[in-house]
Design a protein around this ligand. Sequence first.
Ligand code: ATP
Length: 504
Amino acid sequence: MATVTNGEKFDNIIEIKNVTKVFDGITAVDNVSLAVRRGEFVTLLGPSGCGKTTLLRMIAGFELPTSGSIFLEKQDVTTVPPHLRPINTVFQKYALFPHLNVFKNIAFGLKLKKIPTGELDKNGKPIFRKFGKDEIAEKVERVLKLVNLEAYGYRGITGLSGGQQQRVAIARAIVCEPKVLLLDEPLGALDLKMRKEMQSELAAMHKNIGITFIYVTHDQEEALTMSDKVVVMTDGAVQQYGTPKKIYDEPANAFVADFIGESNILSGVMKSDFCVEFCGTKFKCMDKGFGKDENVDLVVRPEDIAVDTKKGALKGEVVSAVFKGTYYEMEILANDYQFTVQNTSEYLPGTAVYLSVEPDGIHIMKKLKTVNEFDGKVLSENTLEICGGEFEFENSLGLERGDEVTVKIPFDKIDLTDDENDGYVGANVTQTLYKGSYYQVQVYTDDDHDFFIDTEDEWDIGDRVGIKIAPRDMTVIRKSDEPEKVGEASDTQEDANATEADNV
Ligand code: ATP
């Protein structure tokens, strides 16, 4: 498996190699590999439960990986305890000492710190010393200045605002000069205004002190505005790793496109290099190298769709228009697809309009999956087992009990039921994507299988559902009849890694 690296000529301060963490059967982090360059501001971004904090805690040393390794400056630190790593962490809850003033809170770690003198005692062991009063004062004054709290050293902690307390927590974490600062949703407890202020202060602080920052957030705007690089995660795996611009302009897949910014995500077909068909219309695009008539996902950002009343590629009608301060956001129905469009001119609901997109406004993405495919076993003449559930099937091949089979089910041939007992297998909704005229829903079964379902019904992430499949909609192939698979498509993590490797 390819490791995400930034090229050997760069100095990677942290390298995470094939790291997996399983808690009681739940895979929180799934075979993650990535490298962080010295001095970078890297953000782990993803929805709640995607494994960001677990990955951060493994870098800090608070959790041991189930498998894989973590390197810091080329040294394997996978099992090194937190206090022996040159890493410090700032948490959402500041955990300051309320009975100590700002100065003493920051000085606390410095007072305990033992510094090697470079000399050895008579037994050959290194001699350590402690920082003197003046040294401590100088260091604390310096970080107070960095976090804009110069005049606050002798103030009590309890009288400070949330933002000020968080700055004290950051000062306390950087005063011991760690090589890496980990920040776990450090602005999560602040109100919106304070959060915005602290975002720019943090970015400035990072530039001034030159320490490597690894930051965790589920807020995509925060990630895009502050970071040098963003790691987009879902279900414990890296979906994409790249600069904020690359991730916004060239999302690796439909999940990233949906998670980052507003977007129209549609299914299309590559007719040839530089030509994609969607909404029944051919469009010029900038992408090549896909198979002829390959099914693809594509993203068109709302600001990249031009609106005209006289001419354009797609004829449509404005459904709604809302003023958003500097532009109008409109829903426009064209060929049964509902597009979100942003334009500085307003077109009133009911207006007939034409939509156009320039080739560089269309971004083509490989489909994560084109059909649901599972390994199964025949249970009886007309029942088989897949994903821990028993399903009826049409046995046209004369299959017998115990036969190993592959079962394929198209996305639009699966029914989701509100009551999980109505289905053959229970699952949780993990993702939903609106694709212009239908929803693509991803569900995760209790025995760790992903199903993709195309449906007109709207489901929410976290909904508990049952899965139903009509016998006629399952294609069942005897394993021994299958042609050997050569050069199969890589999994998502590898795609993400390959994408990054391409980016560099
Ligand atoms: P959030 O933004 O909500 O903090 P996250 O992306 O940081 O989410 P994690 O906290 O890393 O996600 O959790 C990933 C998964 O691992 C979740 O399903 C969570 O319930 C599980 N998990 C995390 N820590 C533990 C633990 N100590 N024991 C059992 N399961 C855990």
